[in-house]
Ligand binder design. Structure first.
Ligand code: FES
Length: 164
């Protein structure tokens, strides 16, 4: 029996890493789980960034170049958008039922951006994710890494207006 290599610590206390880690664990941290794992990162965060790619590479014991290669090869994967701020609106089932659509409509009406787009002044990128791990707080959004629970389009836009 070979000794299991120690796995890297989760990049932060953000609960979404647990969702990603669960996907890798379910697959025994095997390299063939790469695409499924990248999907789970995108489902939870709305995009892939360098931190997540490094974490996945170290956890699955794959070269970073391979992970970057796969992430950039498949157009279904979205790399971190260019806005100075990033707002991920959860459109998972619990949030959808509680009004995620209204949040996106409100953002669209105010800033003229749909998920996957960035405002013309590069101030804000908007994304959607399938579950950000805060279903009890539905509808939820994650603004620059902070989970905002029980949002209405008014409360969310008020937060977005405060951004520099
Ligand atoms: S469905 Fe939105 S946090 Fe889970």
């Amino acid at each position: 029996m070979t000794l299991q290599q120690a796995k890297p610590p989760l990049p932060s206390a953000d609960k979404r890493w647990k969702l990603v880690n669960a996907t890798m664990r379910r697959n025994g941290y095997a390299g063939h789980a790469l695409i499924e794992t990248l999907h789970s990162v995108q489902d939870a965060f709305g995009f892939l960034d360098e931190i997540s790619l490094r974490f996945v590479a170290a956890s699955l014991d794959l070269p970073l170049s391979k992970v970057f290669g796969v992430a950039t090869f498949y157009h279904i994967f979205m790399l971190k958008p260019k806005g100075r701020h990033t707002c991920v609106v959860c459109t998972g089932t619990a949030c959808y039922i509680k009004g995620a659509g209204e949040l996106l409509d409100g953002i669209q009406a105010r800033y003229e951006v749909a998920p996957g787009e960035t405002t013309q002044d590069d101030r804000l990128s908007v994304l959607s994710a399938r579950c950000v791990g805060a279903c009890g707080l539905a509808p939820a959004a994650v603004l620059d890494g902070d989970v905002l629970g029980k949002q209405t389009s008014d409360t969310l836009i008020a937060k977005l207006e405060e951004l520099d």
